[in-house]
Design a protein around this ligand. Structure first.
Ligand SMILES: CC(C)(COP(=O)(O)OP(=O)(O)OC[C@H]1O[C@@H](n2cnc3c(N)ncnc32)[C@H](O)[C@@H]1OP(=O)(O)O)[C@@H](O)C(=O)NCCC(=O)NCCS
Length: 130
């Protein structure tokens, strides 16, 4: 994979829902951060200021994740547009009592931006290809 990144989080008790497993909103927030790391690498040297999340699609919660487990995120760029690019994130749960498993997947579309003279961040071509 030309542009990829890994990122990990430990599931703490405060990250759980009413049935004691990882809260889905927390998982999505971590997936967004994992995508931001992929974006950081993808955009290095392009001259843009960064990227914003435009869409989070096809989130699928496949397996519950438990407190005390690690979530290991693996992300890569799957498609590029003019200012946009698509990041696939796979989240693997890892714990001492359960074997490693694919817990959640998502496709995240980000848009590269640059700040104008009025301090607004506007879409800006990144000029990258795969
Ligand atoms: C990101 C932002 C600057 C883009 O500006 P915009 O003028 O709305 O841009 P557009 O609607 O023309 O879309 C820009 C690109 O995203 C693509 N896009 C737009 N909506 C999309 C969607 N729902 N799914 C996938 N791609 C989408 C467009 O096709 C375009 O791609 P291209 O430049 O590669 O051809 C602006 O929408 C914004 O600020 N959104 C809020 C971002 C935010 O707050 N995110 C959460 C915090 S990170």
């Amino acid at each position: 994979m030309k542009y990829s990144a890994k990122y990990s989080q430990l599931v703490m008790p405060d990250d759980t829902n009413n049935v004691g497993t990882l809260f889905g909103g927390q998982m999505i927030s971590w997936m967004d951060l994992a995508a931001a790391k992929v974006a950081y690498r993808f955009l290095q040297g392009t001259g843009v200021d960064g990227a914003l999340t435009r869409a989070i699609e096809k989130v699928e919660f496949r397996e519950p994740v438990y407190p005390g487990e690690w979530v290991n995120f693996e992300g890569y760029i799957s498609k590029v547009g003019n200012s946009s690019f698509e990041v696939v994130i796979d989240a693997y749960a890892e714990g001492s009592k359960n074997k490693k498993r694919l817990a959640c997947t998502a496709i995240i579309t980000m848009v590269s931006v640059k700040k104008n003279s009025e301090d607004e961040y506007l879409k800006t071509p990144h000029g990258r290809s795969l």
